[in-house]
Design a protein around this ligand. Structure first.
Ligand SMILES: CC(C)(COP(=O)(O)OP(=O)(O)OC[C@H]1O[C@@H](n2cnc3c(N)ncnc32)[C@H](O)[C@@H]1OP(=O)(O)O)[C@@H](O)C(=O)NCCC(=O)NCCS
Length: 179
């Protein structure tokens, strides 16, 4: 659970001090446009975001990982979250998989941060956590997210599947073989 950096981003565990940032994220319809309830519904009160953070902190305690805060190194601003979550499932027939995800405030979109965060977490999952496999899924219409997952090298499955009625696409990668 030690914070780490990529070129422009700082990754650290979420804390209750991130409640306002999480509320800004999850009360914004643009952020939730392609999510369709994946990873939680939109919120309307700060208390709901505080609950989300408490839920994530419980995951840290239970399994040692969960979504982490992403902070812009240059300014110290809270940008959103990224990271790996152990999902019990079943989703697309999969159980107990490590799911790579990310969610940023719109003012940070379109500058390569999503790709940078996803790449950093793929490496962290394989190199630091030694996970055998990392999975992800995105709404079929979430072009930016699908592009990120393809660019970092995950395999896309051809068959779509439904999550909460939303057509989704599945991605995964196995750990690189290491001698
Ligand atoms: C998805 C999200 C993280 C993308 O972050 P981002 O920082 O804007 O993405 P990047 O700038 O790294 O762009 C990644 C790729 O997607 C492309 N892209 C970005 N936004 C796009 C859009 N709206 N439409 C089409 N392509 C887009 C970029 O051009 C880039 O591809 P390229 O390298 O071939 O040019 C961001 O839009 C977000 O937080 N969305 C809300 C939450 C969400 O949907 N999370 C994913 C759930 S699966």
């Amino acid at each position: 659970m030690l914070p780490f950096d990529s070129a422009r981003l700082h990754f650290r565990p979420l804390t209750p001090a991130d409640t306002a940032g999480m509320f800004a994220l999850d009360s914004d319809p643009a952020v939730h446009r392609y999510l369709g309830g994946i990873g939680g519904q939109m919120v309307s009160t700060l208390a709901q975001s505080a609950q989300t953070i408490a839920y994530i902190e419980a995951q840290y305690a239970a399994v040692g990982i969960g979504r982490w805060a992403v902070v812009l190194r240059e300014t110290g601003e809270f940008m959103g979250w990224a990271g790996l979550k152990l999902v019990a499932g079943p989703i697309n027939g999969r159980h107990d998989f490590y799911d790579l995800g990310y969610r940023f405030l719109p003012r940070f979109w379109g500058q390569g941060y999503g790709f940078e965060a996803a790449r950093a977490w793929l490496d962290y999952g394989f190199d630091v956590l030694h996970l055998p496999r990392i999975c992800a899924y995105a709404g079929a219409h979430n072009v930016a997210s699908r592009r990120i997952l393809t660019k970092i090298g995950l395999r896309e499955e051809p068959e779509e599947f439904l999550v909460e009625g939303l057509p989704c696409v599945w991605f995964e990668a196995d750990a690189p073989y290491q001698t």
